[in-house]
Design a protein around this ligand. Structure first.
Ligand code: WT7
Length: 649
């Protein structure tokens, strides 16, 4: 590694930071040698109702798997995000909100947020929500999204947030799996100048005959647009909240009581309900937020993620609010109405810490530096990246154009399942290399293994696993613990398998190379190829489909679908468009295939298994070194597929 591509921590940043390199090394060492002592100490950052005496009881043995942290302690997540700040930070802004249209602005102090959460928590109770119930949220990016999450947490209900871009069918399957009795939504959302028909999507989802549990839909009035109304099911947020008391005692929850479910895609089957519990999650989210972003009191922190993803849970709501931070919440997208919006918002709100995704950086980069001529950016101090590998070119652009070369970049690797950041630089401690997520956070023990599960040492490449538990780890797949064990702990026994591949260099730095399973990452959104395939084959004219990811300049990965039509169907451009719309309707816009190749046949083994490795290479336009095709039932299909491939860039 040439020294040119090493970005050294400056002395002044190291001197001011919570953690410098010496301290990182000392604390990391301690966290591995003495995890009990380390986490006992650091868990004190959370207010416990009953202090825990037990710290860690975990086993990754697939025949005897258990993960428990701080498990005789009790606490409430909302009290940690609100009540404990009232005395010293009551008048401090908790949420600064900017609408899709920048002329709409709102600020809620900690005292105001506390009041809204208490009122809405009482409203939820009045609508029949009880401790342990799963409540589905389908919300726009407005302060009420955080209010609803915290209100659930306050009364011990389990929220399940569904991203506002998902289709009615996707919402329905999540409601069915979670058995929700109550859904919280808004009349409409506003994003990038467009109206999102949230309530209408909920109505459609609830029309699905398999959705039988929902008794109540609570509707926030955001736009005042026309919506349908079901009198004995729908209630307005303002009606139920206005009359509710402002006092609501926070439920005392066990550390291992569920806090939320969040559905995410895997290589097989339907999305899984990732279950996170309360104590360990709160400790881990708040601690990583403070150290990874080197967060300091009175800083303005902006995470551009939507609340529908884990980043919106851990690093927009729970981590920062537990730390008493001021968060900026944006309703829309940071490149609307123009690419200058991101910079305008940073300057307008004097943002100190920015956390965003490579796909946005690449999209802005494609617009040209001129867009940032009026950008001052002097408030910025630390910048983060998350969701997918960041290519060195985008990293450098981010560093130069947004960070003016004096903001450390933290490339944070983690997953819905991990609850918080596992591999990342720390601003005052870690020299960075563009494209590398660098080193493990405290208590995290990554390893690389070969396909047999042998641990590889030194500079090498392999499958990324974790050898021991950390407090923010998911505890189960909701309603299907077997699937949890099978998905994460059977591939490499005794280890948590991430599904990612990685390289480790001579400095011990990790470079995530991407998924090694059938999961693709489109603009930082995770999708199972099997989900897109089953949506495609649900169309009458589709006989068979195989979906792979391919390199895409802006999105990181695009979706490439090989589709075999039924005998009487005609290939046409119209049908191609129809299939794209079809998938969009079945799953949501984020799953729309970029390229659809009609294929007379797919490469299969004699036993009928599709050989995806050929399909991935053809989609990537890597046709010179396809490898051995002799095991295929009909090797000739390869030439036909190559001949009519669509990505020739
Ligand atoms: C997958 C997890 C973590 C919140 C957002 C995504 C990829 C995530 C990075 C990064 C390279 C990354 C991995 C991971 N990923 N962050 N910094 N560098 N890859 O959460 O939807 O659960 O997806 O995103 O492939 O497994 P998610």
């Amino acid at each position: 590694m040439s020294t040119q591509s090493l970005y050294k921590v400056s002395d002044s940043i190291a001197a001011d930071a919570h953690i410098n390199n010496e301290k990182y090394k000392r604390m990391y060492q301690e966290s591995i040698v003495n995890p009990e002592g380390f986490w006992r100490e650091h868990a004190q950052r959370i207010d416990w109702m009953t202090p825990f005496t037990k710290v860690k009881d975990t086993s990754f043995d697939d025949h005897n798997l258990y993960i428990k942290w701080f498990y005789d302690g009790t606490l409430n997540a909302s009290a940690n995000c609100l009540d404990r700040h009232l005395e010293t930070r009551g008048d401090k802004p908790a949420i600064i909100w900017e609408g899709d249209d920048a002329s709409e602005q709102r600020t809620l102090t900690y005292a105001e947020l506390h009041k809204e959460v208490c009122q809405f928590a009482n409203a939820l109770k009045s609508q029949g929500v009880r401790r342990g119930d799963v409540v589905t949220l389908y919300m726009p990016m407005v302060p009420e999204a955080a209010v609803a999450m915290l209100a659930c947490a306050r009364i011990g209900a389990v929220h399940s947030v569904v991203f506002g871009g998902f289709s009615p069918d996707s919402i329905a399957s999540r409601i069915i799996d979670g058995k929700s009795k109550v859904v919280i939504t808004a009349d409409e959302g506003v994003r990038g100048g467009r109206i999102i028909p949230l309530k209408d999507n909920i109505d459609q989802a609830l029309n699905n005959p398999n959705v039988t549990t929902v008794e109540r839909v609570i509707v926030l009035k955001r736009t005042g647009g026309d919506i349908k109304w079901e009198d004995n099911r729908d209630v307005w947020w303002h009606d139920v909240a206005a009359t509710a008391s402002e006092h609501c005692v926070a439920e005392e929850m066990n550390a291992e009581d569920p806090l939320f479910l969040l559905y995410t895609s895997g290589s097989t089957g339907n999305p899984k309900g990732v279950l996170h519990t309360t104590g360990g999650y709160m400790v881990y989210a708040s601690m990583t937020h403070e150290y990874v972003f080197d967060y300091k009191e009175d800083e303005i922190y902006w995470c551009t993620a939507d609340v529908g993803w884990i980043t919106g849970h851990s690093y927009m709501v729970y981590g920062p609010l537990a730390n008493g931070a001021t968060i900026l919440v944006h309703e829309g997208v940071p490149n609307y109405p123009s690419p200058a919006r991101l910079g305008e918002m940073i300057d307008r709100h004097k943002v100190n810490i920015l956390y965003t995704a490579p796909t946005l950086i690449r999209a802005l980069m494609a617009e040209g530096k001129e867009q940032f001529e009026g950008f001052d950016g002097s408030s910025l101090r630390v910048m983060g990246s998350v969701g997918e590998p960041i290519n060195p070119e985008a990293w450098r652009w981010y560093h130069e154009v947004i960070g003016h070369e004096n903001c450390p970049i933290v490339d944070t690797w983690w997953q819905t399942e991990t609850g918080g950041i596992l591999i990342t630089p720390l601003p005052g401690a870690t020299d960075t290399k563009p494209g590398s997520a660098t080193r493990p956070f405290f208590g995290v023990q990554p390893a690389l293994v070969d396909n047999m599960g042998n641990i590889l040492e030194g500079a090498t490449e392999g499958n990324l696993v974790m050898l021991d538990s950390w407090p923010g780890q998911m505890r189960s797949v909701y309603g299907d613990h077997e699937r949890f064990v099978l998905t994460y702990f059977k591939t490499f026994r005794g280890m948590y398998f991430t599904g990612d591949g990685a390289r480790r260099d001579e400095d011990g730095y990790y470079w995530i190379t991407g998924r090694v399973d059938d999961v693709i990452n489109v603009s930082g959104h995770r999708l199972g190829t099997a989900e897109v395939e089953s949506a495609l084959v649900a169309h009458d004219l589709v006989a068979e489909a195989a979906v792979v990811g391919y390199p895409h300049d802006i999105k990181g990965q695009g979706i490439y679908a090989y589709v075999t039509l039924t005998k009487d169907a005609q290939q046409s451009e119209e049908l191609r468009q129809e299939l794209r719309q079809w998938v969009r309707k079945e799953i949501g816009a984020l799953a729309t295939p970029d390229l659809i190749q009609f294929a007379g046949g797919l490469p299969k083994t004699r036993s009928g298994k599709i050989m995806r490795r050929f399909l991935r290479k053809i989609a990537a336009n890597e046709i010179t070194n396809l490898g051995d095709a002799s095991t295929l039932a009909d090797p000739a299909v390869i030439d036909v597929l190559i001949e009519s491939r669509l990505n020739r860039s």
